[in-house]
Design a protein around this ligand. Structure first.
Ligand SMILES: Cc1cc2nc3c(=O)[nH]c(=O)nc-3n(C[C@H](O)[C@H](O)[C@H](O)COP(=O)(O)OP(=O)(O)OC[C@H]3O[C@@H](n4cnc5c(N)ncnc54)[C@H](O)[C@@H]3O)c2cc1C
Length: 464
């Protein structure tokens, strides 16, 4: 490269949905930005994904929703099925409505809009290898350029948006940021985009994404069936990480053979990937660095949707970078505000759903059928607790639940207990300390709630 610029306000690592959004808003905020991705430009955005995204994030960011070649189809809501398929919970609130996108075209649009907003250097085919430090503060990255040369690039702030396997998270010198993500906090997925002739097969429920909970067929995860257009679907499954090497087999046996059946189809795309399914990292920032999207475990733990939060986080990180740089101090003192914004918004929702996810993962199919069929925990309740942190069931509601759940009192007790803990944790997250000196105290309160739920999972019948 002839004139490689080597110093910036912000370096954004990864030009996926999180990184492109961060670069776009940092540039719009007047910052000098370098955006880097290891992929060639034409492939950025091409990711194995369910391709579903809600409408809300486009309003939040005030950017165009998917249209034209990016848009595959519109979605009215989600349908959640019990393992025996006897009960279907239909969710049609605004959070569930959205789009199925053509992932490459969508990613290319976000990238091009970031570049058009004035990113001062874009390096594709460039692998970020390591973080640079000046004293105790991140001061840039080491990269391997397109031509194989290794070099250092400096910046006041690095935004790491390099995805779940972030190489930088592992290199960060920080007591605040977790380097390793426990295996139980992620799932492995495999999916195909299957095209068929409409004479042979019809798309089921073309206006809804369908999710089937099944402990035996998709252990730890779920089966999904998402319409793509009138003659193709995005269909797959997720399972615990220790099913590595077997997820494709599970897919063929329990998903393809059940829902597609015929070999008279064209497989447009196939592949797998890992998704974090937990609350965000304890801290998504430290001196001179912020992490966004999958790199920071900012994915909805219930359904694995991470496009929306990665874009929100990119926006929040960009705004925080601007304030810190304007204040002339990019230490954690000024980047803590990014944590505050994340934890008090979608972080609160994800922590609450994380507890639900932990419980759903240990219930067997009979318990899932029983609990969901008898409305011991309903879709509306889940949405209300996780989004508002509150749910006040009337005495009548509780009495009805008690009668319906009477033949499985332990499950009834456990789900009631879970509901209380979900509320508790959501409230704690909404009170995330703006003052970093109060963080350890806050963290220990959160750990206590997790411990209570883990205790219930180990010994469900003894919880009072
Ligand atoms: C099978 C599957 C299905 C999913 N379905 C959905 C869904 O339906 N809806 C939804 O909302 N979410 C879904 N997700 C999750 C969603 O895809 C992610 O949460 C989202 O893409 C996160 O965006 P990101 O920007 O954080 O990371 P990514 O999109 O992973 O982008 C990371 C970028 O960083 C680059 N990079 C990585 N390492 C380096 C490096 N060392 N140097 C330079 N560049 C680097 C990569 O090339 C990539 O472009 C699914 C995930 C999987 C695996």
């Amino acid at each position: 490269m002839e004139s490689l610029k080597k110093s910036f306000d912000v370096i954004v690592v990864g030009a996926g949905t999180g990184g492109s959004t961060a670069a776009r808003f940092a540039t719009k905020g007047g910052l000098d930005v370098c955006l880097i991705d290891r992929k060639p430009k034409r492939l950025i955005g091409d990711k194995i994904c369910g391709d579903a995204i809600g409408t809300e994030v486009f309003d939040f960011l005030q950017i165009d929703p998917p249209k034209g070649e990016e848009l595959s189809c519109h979605i009215k809501g989600a349908k959640l099925y019990t393992p025996n398929l006897q009960k279907c919970i239909t969710l049609t609130d605004p959070k569930q409505a959205g789009y199925i996108v053509n992932r490459l075209e969508f990613g290319q649009r976000l990238l091009n809009e970031a570049l058009d907003s004035g990113v001062s250097q874009f390096l594709d085919n460039t692998m970020v290898l390591d973080l640079l430090y000046d004293n105790n503060q991140v001061s840039g990255v080491q990269v391997k350029l397109d031509n194989g040369i290794k070099t250092n690039l400096n910046s006041k702030i690095v935004i790491d948006a390099s995805g779940f396997y972030s190489p930088l998270r592992k290199k960060v010198k920080s007591a605040l940021i977790e380097k390793e993500i426990p295996k139980e906090d992620a799932i492995l997925c495999y999916r195909e985009i299957v095209k068929f002739s409409p004479q042979d097969l019809k798309v089921q429920d073309p206006e809804y994404i369908s999710i089937i909970l099944d402990k035996e067929k998709a252990p730890g995860g779920y089966i999904w069936y998402f319409p793509k257009d009138s003659s193709s679907v995005n269909i797959g499954l997720g399972a615990f990480m220790h099913y590595k090497g077997q997820v494709k087999e599970l897919y063929k046996k329990f998903v393809f053979n059940n829902y597609i059946k015929t070999s008279k189809v064209e497989i447009i795309s196939s592949g797998g990937g890992a998704v974090p399914i937990r609350r965000p990292l304890w801290s998504c920032a430290d001196n001179g660095i912020m992490l966004v999207g999958d790199a920071a475990c900012q994915v909805n733990p219930l359904h694995g949707g991470g496009i929306d939060p990665s874009m929100r986080a990119g926006y929040l990180a960009a705004n925080c970078a601007k304030s810190a740089i304007n204040a002339g101090d990019e230490s954690i003192k000024n980047l803590w505000a990014y944590n505050y914004e994340v934890m008090t918004s979608f972080g609160a929702e994800f922590a609450s759903l994380d507890l639900l996810r932990m419980v759903l993962q240990v219930l067997n199919n009979d318990e899932l059928n029983f609990g969901l069929e008898r409305d011991l925990l309903t879709g509306e309740e889940i949405l209300e607790i996780s989004s508002s942190g509150d749910l006040n069931l009337s005495l009548l509601d509780m009495t009805v639940k008690t009668f319906k759940g009477i033949s499985n009192p332990n499950l009834l007790l456990d789900l009631n207990y879970l509901r209380i803990r979900m509320k508790e944790i959501s409230k704690l997250y909404k009170k995330f300390p703006i003052d970093i000196s109060k963080f350890e105290q806050w963290k220990s309160s959160v750990v206590q709630v997790y411990d209570k739920v883990r205790k219930m999972l180990i010994n469900p019948k003894k919880v009072k």
